[in-house]
Write a new protein. Structure first.
Length: 469
């Protein structure tokens, strides 16, 4: 079998030579051009000349998207990998939606590049069908911000699954932006003109949730003075988002499974079923595999909703995105308040980047809103919440200002020790009630127990859990 032929388009000589060296080292036959125009000329030869194209996005004479368009038009079976130093949400979405096989950010990881190229070539060998024609670009995901590798993978997965009807399960801790991902899937799908309806499974009792999802007939129960359409029926043709599905009770789990199997709903107290056409996106902050093992969640329903899984990492695992998120929230607040965007001191940004954010992106947004409200033009460390800045909030009536060298950070502890002390402080303020403490911290009790276990402060956790209930 002859070696795979790869075309490299890169106007930076050092980067071009490095790419050629890496690819030739893998045994590929490599041809290189120093701009997009040269690659576009080679696309005119049509199918069969190249097995893969690797192109930089930003070049002086025609960019990577021009190269991508040329190959998807003239040689649609040739996969194109785009490389750029300007990785962002809109770039990732546009690249995938316009037909790119993958999207890699500079500085690229050599092993990752090798694997991506290998997968692209393997796919070309195994898949004979042509790639879909490039679709028109849709608006960027305005509220999902981040350039970290893990978030770029999220964007690419969203772009790939949006056009299908597959059920999607979005996993992640509270505050990571699961509903934003669900809305992005809907926005970039053929169902965008139809409704997107969210429902929080935790906020409603099982009987209310049943009526909310499936509707009810007049007289079905006390207070049912009129027939009501359920959300499944109201969302027909669109997307229904079930948030915190892990908290759904056993009866509702059985009814949801039946609906997914039959494509029909029967209103509470009704005698006839109603056909519905709904794309279902679910979200949970629980480990559903563990819930299945413990018998709290149906295994058959789990496999029904877990066709495609999107995992959202906690903010502490993508700290590089914090500056971008902060800038996004500052601009968002400026638009909402119709005022100039607040400045941010380097010291404040350093503290924001160092904090663990147990409440994730939601907690960061709240912290920025609080800081903007109290700051005088430029946000200083003293404008940040005490838990972020490391200050101890002054007690009522003390009349004292912030004392950065007092309290839980007086001896400059490690971040792990600081977390332990702060949790103990909040527990003390909550009278030892872990449920209340978890709510104050913006996390669920399971996360709180894990933090206590890490610090060795988890004695009698089970007993306290029963007490909290």
């Amino acid at each position: 079998m002859s070696a795979s032929r790869v075309l490299v388009a890169e106007d930076d000589r050092v980067a071009r030579d490095l790419l050629c060296e890496i690819l030739r080292g893998e045994g590929y036959e490599v041809e290189a051009v120093d701009d997009g125009a040269g690659a576009i000329e080679r696309a005119q030869a049509g199918e069969g000349r190249y097995d893969l194209v690797v192109s930089d996005v930003r070049m002086e004479r025609s960019g990577g998207f021009d190269v991508l368009e040329a190959f998807t038009t003239k040689a649609p079976g040739t996969p194109v990998i785009l490389i750029t130093a300007f990785g962002d949400v809109s770039g990732a979405m546009e690249a995938i939606q316009r037909g790119a096989y993958d999207y890699v950010s500079k500085p690229f990881n050599i092993e990752e590049l090798r694997l991506t190229v290998g997968r692209a070539l393997e796919r070309r060998r195994l898949v004979a069908e042509q790639k879909a024609a490039p679709s028109e670009g849709k608006p960027a995901l305005q509220d999902i911000v981040g350039k970290s590798p893990v978030m770029l993978e999220v964007y690419k997965l969203v772009a790939r699954v949006a056009g299908s009807t597959a059920t999607v399960l979005v996993e992640g801790e509270s505050g990571t932006g699961k509903e934003l991902v669900a809305r992005a899937i809907h926005t970039h799908s053929p169902r965008v003109a139809a409704p997107f309806l969210p429902v929080n499974c935790t906020a409603l009792t099982e009987s209310l949730l049943e009526s909310e999802l499936f509707g009810h007939a007049r007289g079905a129960f006390t207070g049912a003075i009129a027939t009501k359409r359920g959300l499944f029926e109201a969302a027909s043709g669109g997307t229904l988002f079930l948030d915190e599905i892990g908290d759904m009770g056993p009866k509702m789990q059985a009814q949801l499974l039946r609906t997914l199997q039959d494509g029909e709903v029967r209103p509470v107290g009704g005698s006839e079923s109603i056909r519905v056409d709904v794309r279902l996106v679910c979200a949970t902050n629980k480990n559903l595999e563990e819930e299945v093992k413990s018998g709290r969640f149906r295994e058959d329903l789990y496999y029904r909703i877990n066709v495609v899984t999107v995992h959202l990492p906690p903010l502490r695992e993508r700290r590089d995105d914090i500056p971008s998120l902060v800038a996004h929230f500052l601009n968002k607040l400026a638009r909402r308040e119709r005022r100039e965007t607040a400045g941010l001191s380097p010291e404040a940004l350093k503290l924001l980047s160092a904090y663990d954010w147990p409440g994730n992106v939601r907690e960061l947004e709240n912290a920025i809103e609080r800081a903007v409200a109290v700051a005088k033009g430029v946000i200083l460390p003293s404008d940040l919440p005490p838990e972020v800045s490391g200050r101890v909030a002054p007690s009522a009536g003390s009349g004292g200002g912030p004392a950065p060298d007092d309290g839980i950070i007086a001896d400059r502890p490690t971040l792990g020790e600081l977390e332990r002390r702060y949790i103990q402080l909040v527990l003390g303020e909550s009278g030892g009630n872990k449920k209340k403490a978890a709510e104050k911290l913006g996390i669920d009790r399971r996360t709180l127990y894990r933090a206590l276990e890490r610090s060795g402060d988890d004695e009698d956790a089970a007993a306290d859990d029963d007490e909290d209930r």
